[in-house]
Design a protein around this ligand. Structure first.
Ligand SMILES: C[S@@+](CC[C@H](N)C(=O)[O-])C[C@H]1O[C@@H](n2cnc3c(N)ncnc32)[C@H](O)[C@@H]1O
Length: 186
């Protein structure tokens, strides 16, 4: 059984990935994208234990995102959905993603925005030290890691300027559940 998966995320990913390009999903859980990306897909997660009965994690191998047992320069695309915010050490994890990406490869992060992360943090079952990054924080982090062509999905921020830029950024922080960013390794 697969978890429901937002269609817009699938479409967004498929707008960047082309058949034949190697695709690594970190924190892949059910590895839902495998049904579209097929043999080019590899999914890894820190555990392969089922989420709950009937919803299984379906991973190719188990590994911690902070120490990925793969060669340098291996993948065209690295993808994370609802996972980056769980990283204990964002800088260390980003260095690993950079290392296993090929030059010219792309990182795609789909995550909860600040507002959603805040709600998750309130849950009594919450065990993660959420990083609580805003979209702007995510943008700055990816840029400072050295990625180029960095852009948010709610693409007003990099494109617009001045007051409009800040207005759109605040609007997207308040209204959207998701934060999404992409960048390219030079
Ligand atoms: C909220 S789930 C999202 C799963 C999947 N990406 C999806 O959207 O359906 C987050 C996943 O990240 C995994 N995860 C958490 N920390 C991790 C780490 N340090 N390394 C690899 N995976 C991790 C969890 O085990 C979990 O399966």
């Amino acid at each position: 059984m697969l978890l429901p998966y937002p269609e817009f995320i699938k479409n967004y990913i498929l707008s960047y990935w082309a058949p034949g390009q190697s695709f690594l999903e970190i924190g892949s859980g059910t590895s839902y994208m495998r049904s579209f990306i097929k043999e080019d897909y590899i999914g890894t997660d820190i555990t392969k234990v089922d989420y709950i009965d009937g919803i299984e994690r379906n991973v190719d191998f188990v590994s911690d995102a902070h120490l990925i047992p793969l060669h340098d320069n291996s993948f065209d695309i690295i993808f994370l959905k609802s996972t980056f915010y769980m990283m204990q050490d964002l800088d260390k994890a980003l260095k690993e993603f950079w290392r296993v990406l090929k030059p010219g490869g792309r990182i795609l992060i789909f995550d909860y925005n600040y507002k959603t992360q805040f709600k998750l943090r309130q849950r009594p079952t919450s065990t993660y030290s959420y990083s609580m990054l805003s979209q702007f924080g995510l943008y700055r982090l990816i840029k400072s890691a050295g990625f180029l062509q960095v852009s948010l999905l709610n693409n007003h921020f990099p494109a617009s300027s001045g007051i409009k830029r800040y207005y759109n950024l605040i609007k997207s922080e308040l209204l959207h559940e998701w934060a999404s960013i992409t960048g390219v390794k030079p």
